[in-house]
Design a protein around this ligand. Structure first.
Ligand code: IPM
Ligand code: MG
Length: 374
């Protein structure tokens, strides 16, 4: 039994406030069922924090995240805060947490549930059986490179961002990707733009050198534009993709849509396996890959499954609770199998339900779950 697992819970903005309670309810029932004690502490981030404290990531929230064993995050941002200075935009909370907690490795699995094929905009034969993982570098690249900003430039202005990676930054994300691939189908595709950008020429060189330690994994390289095309043309060729912060941001949205809806894709952000605390926990942040969707917020129509599946990833990657994570994955599978759908994944012949009801359905399946051997 895992005791007193400290989870910082940051709903954030928009639909974040509706989907996070569903994931927390799921974790609570898992705790009761399997005998673990979760200690949830809520914090304010993003636009909500700007409104209340004048900054997206208040000191108190950051401290909560630092003290916790894992962070469960909803989404941040909305039209209300657009146009503000970049330094205090809601998105800064997300980037600040990633940076301050050193979460350089972002895992974004895209799996097509067979009964969901009709929800995708692509043909069934193209997407059937998709099971791929995007490993996105998360604390470097153009998101964090300096110099950055908008400056006066003669009569006009000039905007600057810098795409920069060091050998060690590439090496550590490559190692994570090879480790992930090793536990899967042992195929890694490194995505770069080495035909144009020197920094990704270095990226490719470093990935090739790390490959020497993983001869059992098959490595290939692909330019990002081709990769975008291949994801739509023949996504089944991929097992694990490893790429830079920005390419990973873009490609993971594309990968998400293959599975029917961006509302289905969870993510895990970690600092590497070396950061285990005395309990053996690995600090991580878990969040859906979608945004705060202000256009549908407050209407009980958002899909909570990406967040619920993120909670499963948390159990698996931070706490080593594989059985419990599988129980959540199975519960989600069963609810979909029975035909329940939020509007984003609705198709003819299925039953449309709201955010809360979807959470309740998953909780109900977990309550029925039999712990083998008890
Ligand atoms: C994501 C999001 C974020 C990102 C935004 C909200 C800052 O799009 O997690 O993919 O670009 O990383
Ligand atoms: Mg994104």
């Amino acid at each position: 039994m895992a005791d007193n697992i400290k989870v910082a819970v940051f709903p954030g903005d928009g639909i974040g406030r509706e989907i996070i309670p569903q994931a927390v309810a799921v974790l609570e029932v898992v705790g009761r069922k399997f005998g673990h004690q979760f200690n949830f502490k809520s914090g304010i981030v993003g636009g909500a924090a700007i409104d209340q404290f004048g900054e997206p990531l208040p000191e108190e929230t950051l401290r909560l995240a630092e003290d916790a064993d894992a962070v469960l995050l909803g989404a941040v941002g909305g039209p209300k805060w657009e146009g503000m200075d970049y330094a205090i935009r809601p998105e800064r909370a997300l980037l600040g947490l990633r940076e301050k907690l050193g979460l350089f490795a972002n895992l974004r699995p895209a799996i097509l549930y067979p009964m969901m094929a009709d929800a995708s905009t692509l043909k069934r034969e193209v997407i059937d059986g998709i099971d791929l993982m995007v490993v996105r570098e998360l604390t470097g690249g153009i998101y964090f490179g300096k110099p950055r900003g908008i400056e006066k430039f003669g009569q006009e202005e000039r905007g600057v961002n810098t795409l920069v990676y060091t050998t060690s930054e590439v090496e550590r994300i490559a190692r994570v990707a090879f480790e992930v691939a090793r536990k899967r189908r042992k195929k890694l595709t490194s995505v770069d733009k080495a035909n144009v950008l020197e920094v990704t020429e270095l990226w490719r060189k470093v990935v090739i050198s790390v490959h020497k330690d993983y001869p059992d994994v098959e490595l290939s390289h692909m330019y990002v534009d081709n990769c975008a095309m291949q994801l739509i043309r023949n996504p089944k060729q991929f097992d694990v993709l490893v790429t830079t912060n920005m390419f990973g941001d873009i490609l993971s949205d594309a990968a998400a849509m293959l599975t029917g809806s961006i509302g289905m894709l969870p993510s895990a952000s970690m600092g590497g396996q070396t950061d285990k605390d005395p309990h053996g926990y690995v600090k991580g942040m878990y969040e859906p890959i979608h945004g705060s969707a202000p256009d549908i917020a407050g209407r009980d129509i958002a899909n909570p499954l990406a967040t619920i599946l993120s909670a499963a990833m948390m159990l698996r990657y931070s706490f080593g609770l594989e059985k419990e994570a599988c129980a959540i994955d199975d519960a989600v599978f069963n609810v979909l199998e029975e035909g329940y759908r939020t509007p984003d994944i609705f198709s003819e012949g299925t039953q449309k339900i709201g955010t809360k009801e979807m959470g309740d359905q998953v909780v109900a399946r977990l309550k029925e779950w039999k712990v083998v051997g008890s």
